[in-house]
Write a protein that binds this ligand. Sequence first.
Ligand SMILES: [Zn+2]
Length: 272
Amino acid sequence: MLPSRLMMVLGALLLLAAAPAPAQSLPGVAAAATRLGVDPRVIEDLVVANRILAHEGVLDAYGHVSIRHPTRPNHYLIARSVAAEFVTPDDIVEFDLDSNLVTPGESKEFIERFIHGEIYKARPDLDAVIHSHSASVIPFSVSTVPLRPVFHMAAFLASGVPVWDSGSAGDPDAQGILVRNPALGASLATTLGKGVAVLLRGHGAVVVSRELRVAVRNAIWLEANARAQLAAIQLGGQIKYISADEARAMLALRGDPERAWDYWKRRALGPK
Ligand SMILES: [Zn+2]
């Protein structure tokens, strides 16, 4: 082989080695992307978010995650009513912000989809909403002890986590604790305010972000922080929480959402 030819082959091999691995694609992603008018990666990420949150114990048979539609900001994408662990691209459907289904065909909808529609209405800055029944946060939703950051990865909680009480929200249907109508969703959005998370008394939590990856990360760390704070309280003595200055320094670093996402994605889907 001539040296120049050898160099070309070596060069091609080097380029191949440097090229990013092709994105892992779940079956049905392309069809769902066409059906909903989005990039396939949007569908892939939303399905993966469901799987991650299930695998990490944030969502179980109930709870949901949505994203604002990338090109129709008055719509959002969410799975039909199915456990997060089993969500597939075919399950993703589209709602308007009044939480009316706009995807053609039949779909069983989440009762509490109004959480998503009303928060997207109130917060144009947000693109991702997660509602969980994250078990360890429940004590803080029924107690006067506020959820506060006790470890550095939960620094985003330093701005405070309000508690919303469905019983004081003026529910026109008076049907209990679920966010089952727009008025309750709007009331919840008001309590969330400009925050990043809100607890629902005797029910669970909502975590929001501009980025799906950050919302997923924060939902996992919200649960972890609640566990750690409960453990610290059980130890007795005085708790030294993450201070406002320490939180600011952590948040300035921002971290690397891709690294955490890849880690949890591999754990949920397995390295393929
Ligand atoms: Zn719920």
